[in-house]
Design a protein around this ligand. Structure first.
Ligand code: ATP
Ligand code: MG
Length: 146
C-alpha cells in the first residue's frame, strides 16, 4: 500500500521522530524511504553573509551542503534502518514546494513529517512547511506531533 514514503527532515526532534515512525510503516509494507533535506536561500544567508551584501559564496554553499549531509546522516543513524531501502536526497529551493513536487514526481504514496520543526516560536500547532504540505500534497500526509 505505501511503497514510496517521503520523509522530509530538518534536523529537529520532530523530524527524527517522524523518520522513526516512517521506518515502522516501511517495515510493515516493505516500502522504500526517501529522506529529503531542502536547503533554502534564507538558510544560506543565515550562515554569515551580511544582509546588505546579497552574495552567495562557494564557502557558504559548501557549508550548506555539509550541514544537509550531516542532518541526513544523523537521521539515518538515529532510525537505524536495517532491511529497508533508505535513499537520502538534498535539494535546493523552498522546502514546502520542493517536498510537494518531489512527492508528485516520484509518485510517493505517503509523506511522514514533523508537525513542527526547528523554529523556536512557541504556541503554533503547525509550522509553515507542514501546514503547506498538508494542504497541497498529492498524497496522504502523516504529521508527527512529538
Ligand atoms: N528545510 C527542510 N527540509 C526538509 N524538511 C523540512 C524542512 N523544514 C521543515 N521540514 C519538515 O517540516 C516539518 C515541520 O517544520 P516547519 O518548518 O513547518 O516548522 P517550524 O520550524 O516549527 O516552523 P517555521 O519554520 O514555519 O517557523 C519538520 O519536522 C520537517 O519534517
Ligand atoms: Mg522550520
Amino acid at each position: 500500500m505505501f511503497k514510496q514514503i517521503l520523509v522530509p527532515v530538518d534536523g529537529s526532534d520532530y523530524a527524527t521522530n517522524a523518520a522513526k515512525k516512517a521506518l515502522v510503516i516501511a517495515q510493515k509494507h516493505d516500502s522504500k524511504i526517501t529522506l529529503l533535506h531542502v536547503i533554502n536561500h534564507s538558510q544560506l544567508f543565515s550562515m554569515g553573509a551580511p544582509q546588505s551584501l546579497p552574495l552567495i559564496t562557494d564557502h557558504m554553499i559548501d557549508g550548506a551542503i555539509k550541514g544537509a549531509e550531516k542532518i541526513l546522516e544523523d537521521t539515518k543513524e538515529a532510525i537505524g534502518a536495517r532491511e529497508i531501502e533508505v535513499e537520502t536526497r538534498i535539494e535546493w529551493g523552498t522546502p514546502a514546494q520542493v517536498i510537494i513536487n518531489l512527492a508528485r514526481n516520484q509518485a510517493c504514496d505517503l509523506i511522514v513529517m514533523g508537525s513542527r520543526g526547528l523554529s523556536k516560536m512557541s504556541g503554533l500547532f503547525l509550522g509553515s512547511v507542514s501546514d503547506r504540505v498538508a494542504k497541497v500534497a498529492p498524497c496522504p500526509v502523516m504529521l508527527i506531533k512529538e
